[in-house]
Design a protein around this ligand. Sequence first.
Ligand SMILES: Nc1ncnc2c1ncn2[C@@H]1O[C@H](COP(=O)(O)OP(=O)(O)O)[C@@H](O)[C@H]1O
Ligand SMILES: C[C@@](O)(CCOP(=O)(O)O)CC(=O)O
Ligand SMILES: [Mg+2]
Length: 405
Amino acid sequence: MTVRPFLVSSPGKVILFGEHAVVYGKSAVAASIGLRAYLLFQPTQDHQVRIRFPDILLDQSFAQDDIPLLPVYEQHPSESEHHFSHLLAGFSDNARVAILAFLCLYSHIGFEYEQAHPNAPPKYGFTIHIKSFIPVGAGLGSSAAFSVCIATALLRHFDHSSLDNSSPGLPASTLSTINNWAFRMEQVTHGQPSGVDNTIAVYGGAKLYRKGQEVENLEGFSSMRFLLTNTRVPKNTKKMVANVAQFRNKYPAVVDPLLEAINGIAHSFKELVSGNPSQLNASLAELVTMNQSLLSVLGVSHQTLDTLCQVTSCQQLPSKLTGAGGGGCALTWVPPSTTPDTIAQVKRDLKTLGYITYDTDIGGPGVQACDISTDVQHATSIFLHSDSLCEPDTELLERLKWTSI
Ligand SMILES: Nc1ncnc2c1ncn2[C@@H]1O[C@H](COP(=O)(O)OP(=O)(O)O)[C@@H](O)[C@H]1O
Ligand SMILES: C[C@@](O)(CCOP(=O)(O)O)CC(=O)O
Ligand SMILES: [Mg+2]
């Protein structure tokens, strides 16, 4: 069977309430954002696996036979890292983590395929090219969108039945399979992820998320307006999550009540968002400010984030960090009564500080696919742009026919 080229896209996310606490089984309020990652899968006639990740300046090929196919027999992927060490030598940290996450998934999904099809001839190679509009390492879930794109592409590559379909998508039940594999990749990137980022990157929308529980949709949340601001201070989620874990081990009697208080904020929001909008508008600024203070006590804020909160609060717009903190992004709630002049002033103030602001919709679709067999030239041209590290052409992307999976 000829494998056709295809595209996959997955959104970044914003956490309104509950980052870090969600790692410890508390609830978080999160939604997809309009910034997305895009993956182009191109089959090749050789037996090379090529990954092109221009956002992290990586273009690397592996001979298929050099990648061991292994079952998932350990609790945590870090225990299987040694199987791939021969393929990771000489790479910088960012590239190393991205390659390892990719290889782990290739290895396990490839293993399952081989078990299910013992007599199948070896698969041909491919190039996976990823370009993302989500700033990398800024708290907007770039790692989760990256993981969801790769999990979807590898499942499609290895799963014959889904390729039999004329529709570009995978069967609906596949969403949870994609989510589970993406979580595995997030474990490589983050150490101890809660699963909120990959869940939003797969399903999209605006949700209340709690580990191990059914996610709840929060309809009213999608219509709210937020400004996202990147302080441009690089941060590392794995490090920030590990710092909180250390702090909690040292002061459980202090840290656990903080996490519980954050949980209380997420639940207060859930009650408010399904009730009277004027009550929500009266309380939301307080909830945002309280959550920021609690995160600051947890040690995950940063001077640039504190400055940002002060600058926006001068215009009566409350802000908090979003994602792992220690740098990266903050969100600012823009109440419906805010004048365009105020918004423009805040954006100017933030720009003066060297920050980048994004005005983006929230609650859009999760993972999507697009069959490009009829328009390969068109779709690949998007990625040729990104070869030279220019932004992909959004107009071209929008003209493609995307289907939710
Ligand atoms: N577009 C991308 N291309 C390659 N790797 C990516 C991309 N986006 C994310 N990653 C991977 O995710 C890591 C950043 O993840 P993380 O620290 O969790 O930050 P974020 O808040 O953006 O999710 C990168 O070091 C890299 O391994
Ligand atoms: C800090 C945390 O709550 C969110 C991390 O998000 P990001 O990787 O900074 O986009 C960790 C998690 O939920 O896995
Ligand atoms: Mg991440």
